[in-house]
Design a binder for this molecule. Structure first.
Ligand SMILES: Nc1nc2c([nH]c(=O)n2[C@@H]2O[C@H](COP(=O)(O)OP(=O)(O)OP(=O)(O)O)[C@@H](O)[C@H]2O)c(=O)[nH]1
Ligand SMILES: [Mg+2]
Length: 132
């Protein structure tokens, strides 16, 4: 058990019927697994503000709005994360691996072919349930 809670902004980037996913670097927490891009929320930052900053840094897009999908609190052995997951379809720029990370546009059905961190099971269920 740990008392550290990491507050994270996560973006499900949607264009037509495809979602943009990235592969986490091996030296990161949950490294080598696929993710929805995003990152840690800084002190005093809103989820949207953090998402805008992280998506600019990690995948080179500028987002104009986002809509809340769900919030998940998940305990890993080494830390607890609170994932504030938003859907983003209103953005400019071409999503790419701006930090050199592998990436892919995938359909909802294709998500099952990629391995995600344990916390993401609920994100993928929510995506499927809502057909976002
Ligand atoms: N971005 C992202 N993080 C996730 C997902 N699922 C999940 O458990 N996490 C966890 O959320 C935490 C924070 O995300 P992050 O590592 O992207 O944070 P960051 O971009 O600020 O990274 P940095 O600390 O290397 O600068 C990590 O512990 C990561 O394992 C996901 O789908 N996307
Ligand atoms: Mg990140």
């Amino acid at each position: 058990m740990t008392s550290i809670i990491v507050n994270v902004a996560v973006g499900v980037i949607k264009k037509n019927n495809a979602l943009f996913i990235c592969k986490r670097a091996n030296d990161q927490h949950q490294g080598g697994l696929w993710e929805f891009p995003g990152g840690k929320i800084e002190a005093g930052e809103s989820v949207f503000r953090a998402l805008k900053r992280e998506l600019q840094e990690e995948i080179g897009i500028t987002i104009f709005s986002s809509s809340e999908l769900l919030t998940i609190k998940h305990d890993y052995d080494d830390k607890t994360v609170k994932l504030n997951v938003h859907v983003v379809s209103n953005f400019s720029g071409e999503a790419h691996g701006a930090e050199g990370q592998d990436n892919a546009w995938v359909s909802i059905d294709e998500l099952d072919n990629y391995e995600f961190p344990a916390a993401n099971v609920d994100i993928i269920s929510a995506i499927k349930a809502k057909y976002i």
